[in-house]
Design a protein around this ligand. Structure first.
Ligand SMILES: NC(=O)c1ccc[n+]([C@@H]2O[C@H](COP(=O)([O-])OP(=O)(O)OC[C@H]3O[C@@H](n4cnc5c(N)ncnc54)[C@H](OP(=O)(O)O)[C@@H]3O)[C@@H](O)[C@H]2O)c1
Length: 277
């Protein structure tokens, strides 16, 4: 079984550097995917209220027989639940569906700037943290301006910023801002939602080490300091996606991957203008 290293966060907690993503995974399938992940050695699951599979994730946690302390669970407050009272209710509903007393990390899913509620929502997440309902407080899809707004208002820096990040969209600017603030960057759609798993350049790099393009991408995330959340419902892929600790990309490999940047291939919306439900 593979052992995945932890990364230390600003609040002195630790997060496993690879987690299983479960976006677009139906509730019952999520249970099997999480169980396959736990068996392979994952201890970190990334879900969200929006994904509709918190119950399935919770069932897997119970069925795993693992101690709650050994599992790291992230969930997120959805856009339409921003604002104090709705966020409190949303967090309680997530915990109920997960059948947990607390999550390890609660994230604001998107800033949705036009709603003008993300600062109030952030202050609410901190309140929920004080109450012990989440160990850590973080954000997702935040740009520098959004980060500065929540930090200025509360004096508290999010420990994680979860953003779309893959070789087409390496997010140099947001990563630099996160690093300056001591925020750990977490990569969502780390394989470009599957769009890069057959990429010839990545496959050629992988051939040098007996690894796949997906493993090369995951290794790249680790080497540039990201926490990384590959999604798969396929047990063999779940397994190989963490078989990435026995090789190292060299400087030439990193330059090749840097050269793949093509921001027009972003898979999700731009957080500055995404305000939808
Ligand atoms: N905060 C946010 O706004 C946000 C947004 C999007 C995603 N996320 C998080 O990030 C996670 C990952 O993002 P994602 O789901 O978009 O996609 P991803 O991890 O970039 O890619 C997943 C796709 O790649 C395939 N795949 C996985 N491993 C593979 C391998 N070794 N070889 C070949 N194909 C492989 C999967 O297929 P199979 O499943 O069929 O194996 C699936 O089609 C999500 O699940 C979610 O937790 C967060």
């Amino acid at each position: 079984m593979t052992s995945i290293p932890n990364v230390r966060l600003l609040d002195d907690t630790q997060i496993p550097q690879i987690g299983l993503g479960v976006w677009q995974v139906p509730d019952d399938v999520a249970t099997d995917a999480c169980l396959a992940a736990f068996e392979a050695g994952y201890r970190h699951i990334d879900t969200a209220a929006l994904y509709g599979n918190e119950e399935g994730v919770g069932r897997a946690i119970k069925a795993s027989g693992l101690s709650r302390d050994d599992i790291y669970v992230t969930t997120k407050v959805w856009n339409t639940d921003q604002g104090h009272d709705k966020t409190v209710a949303a967090m309680k509903a997530s915990l109920e569906r997960l059948d947990l007393d607390y999550v390890d990390l609660y994230l604001i899913h998107w800033p949705t700037p036009a709603r003008n509620l993300f600062v109030e929502t952030w202050e609410t997440v901190l309140e929920l943290q004080q109450q012990g309902l989440t160990r850590s407080a973080g954000v997702s899809n935040f740009h520098g301006e959004h980060l500065r707004n929540v930090i200025d208002a509360s004096g508290v820096t999010p420990v994680i910023n979860q953003i779309e990040l893959h070789p087409w969209l390496p997010q140099r600017e947001v990563r630099a801002i996160d690093a300056d603030l001591g925020i750990v960057t977490e990569a969502w759609s780390p394989l470009a939602s599957g769009g890069l798993v057959d990429d010839a350049q990545l496959a050629a790099i992988g051939a040098k080490y007996g690894k796949t393009a997906a493993q090369v991408m995951i290794r790249w995330h680790l080497q540039i300091g990201n926490v990384v959340l590959p999604k798969s419902v396929t047990p063999a892929r779940i397994q190989t996606n963490i078989d990435v600790f026995d090789f190292e990309l060299d400087a030439d490999d990193l330059i090749t991957i840097e050269g793949m940047e093509d921001t027009s291939r972003r898979t999700g919306p731009n957080p500055d203008i995404f305000n939808e439900a």
